[in-house]
Design a binder for this molecule. Structure first.
Ligand code: PRP
Ligand code: URA
Length: 217
């Protein structure tokens, strides 16, 4: 098992940008207000969007500036779908759409059964052409990874072939489980934390992201 965890961690892109790390520390603080938590999620969402789109292909077009004609780069390749897993994934959505306003959105409603920690689906709505797009799944807390695995299963059933996963925090156990099921889906995360506790919470983590974001506890 230890070997499997180590291999999976090597496939993860940990975003060490100082702004991301600083904002993550503010977010983890148990005294952060609901309003502050939401604002930080939005800002980190934007910064992670920058990282997860870093290698998108470019084409060259001819444009005219006020001074000259030039060959200039423009995004090419597959169009994007952001797929937030409700509720916490919503926290990243606005920031991502600010940077890529033409992206479509696939909402994936899943909750963790508190006893079994299995993911239970309650909503799924994706654009009709989702299979032709690059899908970026947003799941800030990769704990057991049951939710992320179920979301990607569902997207693959819809024909999606190019999928990326953006998290905020990941547990080593979650990374190993996720890459065991979906080795073709790369992960971006701001941190890999120590472990899961007996209730499946990430330690040190930040608590329940959905509750902290919406003030429901
Ligand atoms: C949280 C979080 C993740 C999931 C991660 O959702 O938003 O989607 O847990 O845990 P996992 O990796 O063990 O599946 P939760 O079930 O608490 O729902 P909520 O976001 O609506 O509060
Ligand atoms: N979901 C959360 O919101 N936090 C955790 O630590 C684990 C799952």
């Amino acid at each position: 098992m230890e070997g499997a965890v180590a291999t999976a961690i090597e496939q993860v892109n940990v975003v060490r940008h100082p702004l991301v790390q600083h904002k993550l520390t503010l977010l983890r603080d148990k005294d952060r207000s609901t309003q502050g938590f939401r604002r930080l999620m939005n800002e980190i969402g934007m910064l992670l969007c920058y990282e997860v789109t870093r290698d998108l292909p470019l084409a060259t077009i001819t444009i005219e500036t006020p001074l000259a004609t030039m060959q200039a780069p423009i995004l090419a390749g597959k169009k994007l779908v952001f797929a937030p897993i409700l509720r916490a994934g919503e926290g990243f959505l606005e920031g991502m759409l600010t940077l890529v306003p033409s992206a479509r959105v696939a909402h994936i409603g899943l909750y963790r059964d508190p006893k079994t920690l299995a993911a239970v689906e309650y909503y799924f709505k994706a654009p009709p052409d989702v299979a032709e797009r690059l899908v970026i799944v947003l799941d800030p807390m990769l704990a057991t990874a049951n939710s992320a695995v179920a979301a990607v299963d569902r997207l693959k059933e819809c024909g999606c072939r190019e999928i990326r996963l953006v998290c905020l925090l990941a547990a080593p156990e979650g990374i190993a489980h996720f890459h065991g099921q979906h080795p073709d889906v790369p992960i971006w995360t701001a941190a890999v934390d120590s472990h899961l506790d007996e209730k499946g919470y990430i330690v040190p983590g930040l608590g329940d992201a959905g509750d902290r974001m919406f003030g429901t506890k």
